[in-house]
Design a protein around this ligand. Structure first.
Ligand code: SF4
Ligand code: SF4
Length: 225
């Protein structure tokens, strides 16, 4: 059943897909475990869609921002379609979780938002990668280019093996390149420093992404080649 579900999600356009049973979330912060969202949840399924490598070459602030946003919409579409297909195939309930917004948890003072669930931590629990010093998810095949979606289900499925870490020992390129020194040695990003530097709007009112330097500079941005 697990491999059939994985193939269903991959056939809808995901590049990677992994599974985690609830014991993987024992140490999740209060309010941010799958069972806090849905007590009957037995398994989390994370999947990812990779940005094209060429988008990391875009110097134009609009191009990267636009397709980054479109990728989030594609991930939510895959999640919704997959939930409906899995429910049609099995006696199960499946809950898709928004991959970006909306969410409630927002600290205006530090400009720090928390998704309904942390997509990055869900991906790590499901074996899709490990966090780099940049705090971006690093996947061995797709580097730091994955946008992650999550499905929760009351089906009991086994966890996948954790992924290896591909963050390079001794490398500090992402930390050094950050123009506002937002990336901390403990791997956290100070959002109040990053957000004002990164997100904007042009004179015509279109959203822009002015900085993705920590993503572009990473030697592992395309994965292990
Ligand atoms: S996006 Fe830019 S400002 Fe934000 S952490 Fe990365 S390098 Fe720093
Ligand atoms: S730039 Fe270097 S330190 Fe930062 S995430 Fe990539 S490999 Fe790790």
């Amino acid at each position: 059943m697990k491999e059939t579900i994985r193939q269903t999600i991959l056939s809808l356009g995901a590049d990677v897909c992994g599974f985690a049973a609830m014991e993987r979330f024992r140490d999740a912060p209060a309010g941010f475990s799958p069972v806090d969202i849905w007590p009957a949840c037995r398994t989390a399924i994370a999947f990812g869609v990779a940005l094209p490598k060429g988008l990391l070459e875009a110097s134009d602030e609009l191009i990267y921002g636009y397709f980054n946003d479109q990728t989030a919409k594609l991930v939510d579409r895959i999640g919704l379609d997959a939930a409906r297909r899995i429910e049609a195939q099995y006696a199960a309930k499946v809950m898709p979780i928004p991959c970006d917004g909306p969410y409630d948890a927002w600290d205006a003072e530090t400009m720090t938002g928390k998704g309904i669930l942390s997509m990055k931590h869900m991906a790590i629990a499901c074996g899709l990668g490990q966090m780099g010093k940049s705090s971006l998810l690093l996947n061995p095949a797709y580097g730091n280019r994955l946008t992650i979606g999550v499905l929760l289900t009351d089906l009991a499925l086994s966890s996948d093996e954790p992924s290896e870490s591909i963050c390079i020992p001794g490398c500090t390129r992402c930390i050094d390149v950050c123009p506002v020194h937002a990336i901390q040695p403990d791997g956290t990003v100070q959002q109040w420093q990053c957000r004002p530097n990164t997100y904007g709007r042009n004179a015509r009112g279109f959203d822009t992404v002015r900085c993705n330097a920590c993503r572009r500079v990473c030697p592992m941005r395309f994965g292990k080649e």
